[in-house]
Ligand binder design. Structure first.
Ligand SMILES: *Cc1c(COP(=O)(O)O)cnc(C)c1O
Length: 219
C-alpha cells in the first residue's frame, strides 16, 4: 500500500520522457512486485543473485537494468537476464559483455558509468577518459552504447550534487555532438531519492530511485 502510493506519487511527478528505474537492492520479491503492479516498468538491480530471484517472480513484464558493479565472472548470467547494463566502465568488461552476448545472439544496450566526483573508491570512468572508452567499445558489434550513467558523491545537501549533474550533462552533450557510429546518446541516468529533482533540472532523463519508493533500507 505504501509502496504503491510512493510509486504513484513519483510517476505523477516525473516529466514526460523521463524513465523511472526502481532500485531494488535489498528488497524482497514481493516488495518489488508491489512496485511493478503500481506501474514501475524498469527494475534496477545491483546484484545478479537478487535479480535472478526477483526475475523468477516478476519475469519479463518489466525491463531489467543492471546498476551495480559487474564482475567478469557474472557477465554470462547478467547478459541473459538484463535489458540494459548501466555500469560499463572498462574495455575489459565491455569486451566480455560483447563476447557473451554474441554467444546468445543479443545486442546489449549499455551506459558508460562516469566517476564524476573523481572518487578513488568508486567505480566509473574518469570524465576525461569517457570519450576514448566510448570510441573503443562502439566497435563491438553486440554492444550498443546508449548514454551515460553517474552516481554523485554522497552529500548532506542535495544541492551539492548539482555541479556533478551539470558536468555529466555537458559531457553527454559533447559526446552526442560527435555523432559516433554505433553510438546513440539517448539516456542520461542520474539522480537518486534525495537528488532526482536536481538531476532532472540538470537534464537527466532516467532516474534511479530506491528509498523513496520502498522506504528506508534495514541494513
Ligand atoms: C541504491 C542505488 C540507487 C537508489 O538509491 P536511493 O537513495 O535508495 O534512492 C540508485 N542507483 C544506484 C546505483 C544504487 O545502488
Amino acid at each position: 500500500m505504501i509502496i504503491r502510493n510512493n510509486v504513484h506519487a513519483i510517476l505523477r511527478e516525473l516529466p514526460e520522457g523521463v524513465e523511472l528505474v526502481a532500485a531494488a537492492k535489498g528488497r524482497t520479491a514481493s516488495e518489488v512486485l508491489e512496485a511493478v503492479e503500481a506501474g514501475v516498468r524498469i527494475i534496477g538491480e545491483n546484484y545478479v543473485q537478487e535479480a535472478e530471484r526477483n526475475h523468477k517472480t516478476i519475469d519479463d513484464r518489466v525491463q531489467w537494468h543492471f546498476i551495480g558493479h559487474l564482475q567478469k565472472n557474472k557477465v554470462k548470467k547478467a547478459v541473459a537476464m538484463f535489458d540494459m547494463i548501466e555500469t560499463v566502465d572498462s574495455f575489459k568488461l565491455a569486451e566480455e559483455i560483447d563476447k557473451r552476448c554474441r554467444e546468445i545472439g543479443k545486442i546489449m544496450p549499455v551506459l558508460v558509468e562516469v566517476n564524476i566526483g573523481r572518487e578513488r573508491q568508486k567505480s566509473g570512468v574518469l570524465p576525461e577518459n569517457v570519450e576514448h572508452l566510448i570510441r573503443e567499445i562502439s566497435l563491438f558489434p553486440n554492444l550498443k552504447v546508449s548514454g551515460l550513467m553517474a552516481i554523485e558523491p554522497a552529500g548532506s545537501n542535495p544541492e551539492d550534487s548539482r555541479q556533478y549533474f551539470a558536468a555529466t550533462r555537458k559531457l553527454y552533450d559533447s559526446i552526442r555532438q560527435l555523432n559516433l557510429p554505433n553510438v546513440e546518446m539517448r539516456y542520461l541516468s542520474m539522480g537518486m531519492s534525495e537528488t532526482y529533482r536536481i538531476a532532472l533540472e540538470e537534464g537527466a532523463n532516467m532516474v534511479r530511485i530506491g528509498t523513496r519508493l520502498f522506504g528506508q533500507r534495514s541494513q
